[in-house]
Design a protein around this ligand. Structure first.
Ligand code: AMP
Length: 291
C-alpha cells in the first residue's frame, strides 16, 4: 500500500495504473475510519483492479464554529485498517497541498445544496463539491464510492459529475449501522453515554416511518414525518433539526409518498449533530438498494 501526501505523486501513481489498463475505484474519506468506510472499500475492491482512498479533513466544508478543530483524527489506526482491508493507495494531503496559496476556484451545485443540511451548514456542499472535483482531478478514478448515509452529498456529487461531465461513475453504498441501529459515524465518538443510549431512537423513528409507508400507495409526508417525530420525541437529549421527505435525486420536497422518496433527518444530541435517512417506497416500506 502506497501512502502519499503530494498531489503529483498520487497523480503519477494513478496514471501508471491507467497506462496498464487497470480500473481504479476511489473512496474519499475524512479518516477516523469505521466499518462504514471499510464497506465502501470492499465495494470498491469488488468492482475495480485498484482501490485508492483519500484521508483529508477538508477545512472548506466546515463552517465557522463547527467541529473542524476537534474532528476525530486517528491516522495511524486508519492506515493499519486500510492496509488490512487491501487498499492500494492512500492519499493523505495537507490542507496547503489541496488549497495552495492563491486558490480561488469553487464548485457551486445550485438549488439542492440550499436544502436540508445545506440550509443549516451554508457553504458545506460548496466545500464538498470542490474537494471532490480536486481529488477526482488528481486521481482520475473510473469510479468513486459514496455512502448513502450522506444522501444529500451523494446527490450533489452525482449532479456535479453529470453537469461537468467528469466521467467518474458514482457508486452508492448502503448505510452500515451499529447493532442497535445507530448509523456508524466518526462523530458518534463525541456522544456521551446517555446521548449514545438515546441515539438509536433515530433509526427506530425511520423504521416507524417505513411501516407507515408500507401501508398505502399514497402516504402523506406529514404522516411519515410524524411517525419519526413521535419516536424521537420520547428521548429528552435528542432535538430534531429537520425531518423531510424529498426526491432522492433533486432533494425537492415531496408532499406525499406516491413514488420512491427519501426521508432525511438531522438530530442534535447535545453538541453532536447526527444525520440519517431511509429510502421509502409506497406500499413497500424501506427500499433495500444494492450497491
Ligand atoms: P466521512 O469520512 O464521514 O466523510 O465519510 C466518507 C464516506 O463514507 C462518505 O461517502 C460517507 O457517506 C461514507 N460513510 C460514512 N459513514 C457511513 C456508514 N455508516 N455507512 C455507509 N457509508 C458511510
Amino acid at each position: 500500500m502506497d501512502v502519499l501526501t503530494i498531489s503529483v505523486a498520487a497523480m503519477e501513481a494513478a496514471a501508471s495504473w491507467r497506462a496498464e489498463g487497470l480500473v481504479q475505484a476511489f473512496v474519499p474519506t475524512m479518516g477516523a475510519l469505521h466499518e462504514g468506510h471499510l464497506s465502501l472499500l470492499r465495494i470498491a475492491a469488488s468492482r475495480a483492479d485498484r482501490v485508492s482512498v483519500s484521508i483529508f479533513v477538508n477545512p472548506a466544508q466546515f463552517g465557522p464554529g463547527e467541529d473542524l478543530d476537534r474532528y476525530p483524527r486517528s491516522p495511524e489506526r486508519d492506515l493499519e485498517m486500510l492496509e488490512r482491508a487491501g487498499a492500494d493507495l492512500v492519499f493523505m494531503p495537507s490542507a496547503g497541498e489541496i488549497y495552495p496559496e492563491g486558490f480561488c476556484t469553487w464548485i457551486e451545485v445550485e438549488g439542492m445544496t440550499e436544502r436540508l443540511c445545506g440550509a443549516f451548514r451554508p457553504g458545506h456542499f460548496r466545500g464538498v463539491a470542490t474537494v471532490c472535483s480536486i481529488l477526482f482531478g488528481i486521481l482520475r478514478p473510473d469510479m468513486a464510492v459514496f455512502g448513502r448515509k450522506d444522501a444529500q452529498q451523494l446527490a450533489v456529487i452525482r449532479r456535479m459529475v453529470r453537469d461537468l461531465r467528469l466521467g467518474v461513475e458514482i457508486v452508492a453504498a448502503p448505510i452500515v449501522r451499529e447493532p442497535d441501529g445507530l448509523a456508524m459515524s466518526s462523530r458518534n465518538a463525541y456522544l456521551t453515554g446517555q446521548e449514545r443510549a438515546q441515539a438509536p431512537a433515530i433509526h427506530r423513528g425511520l423504521m416507524r416511518a417505513a411501516s407507515a409507508a408500507a401501508g398505502g400507495q399514497s402516504v402523506p409526508a406529514a404522516a411519515l414525518i410524524g411517525s419519526f417525530i413521535d419516536e424521537v420525541a420520547g428521548q429528552p437529549l435528542l432535538r430534531i433539526q429537520y425531518a423531510e421527505l424529498v426526491d432522492p435525486d433533486t432533494m425537492e420536497p415531496m408532499q406525499k409518498l406516491d413514488r420512491p422518496g427519501l426521508l432525511a433527518v438531522a438530530v442534535n444530541a447535545g453538541s453532536t449533530r447526527l444525520i440519517d435517512n431511509i429510502l421509502l417506497a409506497p406500499g413497500r416500506g424501506a427500499l433495500e438498494v444494492d450497491p
